[in-house]
Every structure is written in structure tokens, then in C-alpha cells.
Design a protein. Sequence first.
Length: 172
Amino acid sequence: MAERDTAHGMAAAPRHVYGPRPVAALLPGLTRAAFRRRAPGTAQVLADWGSIVGPALAAVTLPRRLARGTLTIACSGPIAMELQHLSGELIARINAALGAGVVTALRFVQIVPESPSRAPPSPAPSPQTRARAESAVESLPSGDLRDALEALGRAVFGAAEARPSTRLIARR
């Protein structure tokens, strides 16, 4: 009789099971889309990258993708050559962290290294700092040297003024 419930070539209607179900039965449907985008192995590599390869390599590299046993690593051009020579050791380290045979090959893609951020401009020196710098070079003849030394004095006195004093103040 069950064979006659559906016509030839048609799928049977999904059955609804009401009542408590084990959580394990629900997980595949919930996680399938997330794991399709990024496998759990890739997430583990991203999370533990610094401890897997060490801080020096982690500062200049970034794992991008793990697919079919090939880990794609983004790095600058010169670093890629060094990593190519270290690839055997890197694969061994990654597989030690993730499990044997997870990574079988490495692929390197070049990225433009980030330029270091510029320091914010220093604040204008206070009138007291300017006066101190001018008094320090007043005995010198005017010219480029005096201007350079005065600018240096403003920078030094301004920096000393900006940071808190570490000297102990004597009690009277």
C-alpha cells in the first residue's frame, strides 16, 4: 500500500515528526551552509595560526583557504620564497595541530604589504618651550645651523614637557 501513496517518479512528502528529537539530528541541517562556506579545518587554522607557525611568520603571512588538502597562504613576494623552502616543516606543523593528512600542499598568493601607519603630528610647542629653545641657541650666529638646533631644542624640550616627570620631588 505504501508504494501506491505516491505516483511513479514523485518523491514522497516529508514526514513531520513531532515531539522531542536528539540535538545531533538537527545539527547537520543547521551547520551545512556554514561549513560549505568555510570548513572547520580552515577556521581552526585561522584561529591558531600564530601558535602553529610562530609569531615571526604569523606577522607576515595570513592563511586564506583550505580546500582539498591545499592551504592557500597570503604573503608578500620575498616571504613566499622563504616559505617555499620551509613548506615541509610548515605542513608538518599544521598537520600536527589539525590532524595527520589535513594539509598536503601549500599555495602562496601575493598580497601588497601594509604600509606602517604614520605617527600623528606632534602638537605645537608651548610658549615656554619656544622660549627655552631660543635661549639655548641665542649665543649662536643666525643661519641654518641655529635654526636646526632651535628646532631640535623645541622637540627635546617639548617631549620632556609632555611626559610625566619620573624624578622624586624632595620634601622640605
